[in-house]
Each structure stands twice: as C-alpha cells, then as structure tokens.
Design a protein around this ligand. Structure first.
Ligand code: SF4
Length: 68
C-alpha cells in the first residue's frame, strides 16, 4: 500500500527538476513501500507539523523536532 499522503506531500510533489531523481528514489524506498518508516509520516502523526524540506530518511532530525 502507498502512503496516504502521497498526493499532498509537499516534499514528494516538489516540482524542482533537480530533485526529480531523488524524489523517485524516495518514492520507491518509502512512499510506495515503507511509508511507516518515513520521517515525514512519523513526524506528521506525532506533532502534525512537518517542514517542507524534511527528507523521508531524516529520522534523526524528525526526532529532534518531536522533542521540542
Ligand atoms: S515522503 Fe513520506 S509522508 Fe510524503 S508521501 Fe512519501 S512516505 Fe508519505
């Protein structure tokens, strides 16, 4: 199952061409596979606010934001 946020997630829907390859990788690794492990998904469910530029694998940064 894919992430329920896929269509609205600002990180994944970023239209910057330079990020296209990275976004494809993140989609394969998280959004369409292990979205429960995505830092954005976890943080969103925890505090509700997720910085637009937080990458799915930035779990340490997400943990810090949760402790604030
Ligand atoms: S980056 Fe994370 S929150 Fe955004 S769509 Fe992918 S899995 Fe969901």
């Amino acid at each position: 199952m894919s992430c329920p946020n896929l269509e609205v997630c600002p990180f994944i829907n970023n239209s910057d061409e330079r990020l296209k390859d990275d976004i494809t990788k993140y989609k394969n690794r998280f959004c369409n596979a292990n979205y429960e492990k995505c830092a954005r998904f976890i943080l969103g469910n925890s505090i509700g606010e997720v910085p637009d530029d937080l990458a799915p694998d930035e779990i340490k940064r997400a943990e810090k934001l949760m402790k604030k």
